[in-house]
Design a protein. Structure first.
Length: 109
């Protein structure tokens, strides 16, 4: 594993690039911020985002594949929530934990 800088390998950069690509979409960021307030189902997210169900489901699927969010079934409904890799920082934002790095999304200081 080749190091690029102090403690940063190509693998670390690949992970960061992947996360930044995932988070570069406004809809996915809005979903994360809504889920930071608590668990929601697709119907609720569609209403909050004013977007059609297929669009919201697509974005949820991308976030789920990268283990940023988790889901549980209750009857016919699926509820989504932030998973253990995501820490809520209150007013400071959201922190995503990766294998070797951490990404924090929050207001500018």
């Amino acid at each position: 594993m080749r190091k690029i800088g102090p403690g940063v390998s190509n693998e670390d950069l690949d992970q960061l690039t992947s996360v930044f690509q995932l988070l570069s979409d406004q809809t996915r960021l809005k979903i994360l911020l809504l889920l930071a307030q608590g668990e929601r189902n697709v119907t609720t997210l569609c209403g909050d985002l004013a977007l059609p169900q297929p669009t919201v489901s697509h974005h949820l699927g991308l976030l789920r594949i990268r283990n940023v969010i988790g889901h549980r079934r209750q009857g016919k409904q699926v509820f989504y929530a932030l998973n253990g890799m995501v820490n809520l920082l209150g007013e400071q934002g959201i922190q995503l934990g990766l294998e070797n790095t951490t990404v924090t999304i929050g207001p500018r200081r």
